[in-house]
Design a protein around this ligand. Structure first.
Ligand SMILES: [Zn+2]
Length: 300
């Protein structure tokens, strides 16, 4: 086509196509997680909570209007896949990282994550000296935080962190005399408009009971079962106080712990349950009232 023939109609067409391309580019940048091989996940919502499949371990991501909270990061060897997931979501930096407790299936992947992203702030529990783990993973974890000079907060009950247009309330750990590291897990509740999501790491029934006794608001739409669905956690009392509509279990296929326990599965029988060993990563997006569940595998 010669330049002379480029009439008004052509120019309009070219302009229209470039506008569409630029709008699509903007729309997908940061909102498209292409970790799901078969079907690409188009997050058409500004707020989404991701239960990332890291096998036997925990890793949750909250995205709220361009800001991010990462709760746990799976085992050391899952670090690269967590980084890949975060990058595919368009994440440039992590606003808040919570290491619920120092077990490797929760903080291992951080060793890789911290080398790939700037992290604004970290919250980790302050354990009594006699139970602080001496594993190389935890020692390296603390060393990297120190090297990168990342500000560290202790979990302060009642404190809220504003992220995007939502907030994360710190609810626990409540007790001060736990001998079991799991009970020191940070418990936090993310709230966006009328929706809420509860996270409690591997807290056991003692910590659940103490939390209930504080009378804090724990009722939530979505609950990630404590300690990978173990029967030493997730008591009937605790579950009935949460009144969750949706349960997510972060658990590895054929794990040696036999998580989740048959007993706990009975306690939540009839409810909507998603498991990372069966469903892969599970993404719940929301407009503040509706919850749209998109598992990697299976029905939403
Ligand atoms: Zn665990």
């Amino acid at each position: 086509m010669s330049l002379k023939k480029l009439n008004f109609k052509h120019i309009t067409m070219i302009m229209l196509v470039s506008i569409i391309i630029s709008v699509m580019w903007h729309y997908f940048d940061g909102s498209l997680c292409d970790v799901f091989d078969e079907k690409k996940l188009n997050l058409d919502s500004d707020v989404s909570v991701h239960y990332i499949d890291v096998g036997q371990g925990d890793c949750e991501l909250i995205l709220d209007h361009g800001m991010s909270i990462l709760i746990d990061s799976g085992e050391v060897e899952k670090g690269n896949s967590v980084v890949k997931y975060l990058k595919s979501c368009g994440i440039k930096k992590i606003d808040l990282f919570i290491g619920t407790h120092p077990h490797t299936d929760h903080i291992g992947g951080f060793l890789t994550v911290v080398k790939n992203f700037d992290i604004d702030r970290i919250i980790i529990p302050e354990l009594p000296k006699n139970i602080i783990p001496t594993t190389s993973t935890y020692t390296n974890f603390l060393k990297l935080i120190d090297e990168k000079k990342i500000p560290v907060d202790k979990p302060q009950i009642g404190k809220s962190y504003k992220i995007g247009e939502g907030r994360l309330d710190i609810l626990g750990p409540v007790g001060q005399n736990y001998n079991e590291i799991n009970n020191w897990s940070i418990c936090a509740r993310y709230v966006y408009k009328n929706t809420s999501f509860l996270f409690g790491g591997d807290m056991e029934k003692e910590a659940e009971k103490d939390l209930l006794n504080t009378g804090q608001m724990i009722e939530s739409d979505v609950f990630k079962l404590n300690h990978h669905g173990s029967k030493t956690s997730n008591t009937k009392k605790f579950l009935s106080a949460i009144k969750a509509k949706i349960y997510v279990i972060e658990v590895g296929k054929n794990n040696t712990y036999q998580h989740p326990s048959v007993e706990v599965m009975k306690r939540i029988d009839g409810a909507k349950v998603y498991r990372t060993d069966l469903n892969g990563s599970v993404v719940i997006s929301t407009d503040g009232s509706r919850l749209d569940v998109r598992p990697e595998k299976g029905e939403g």
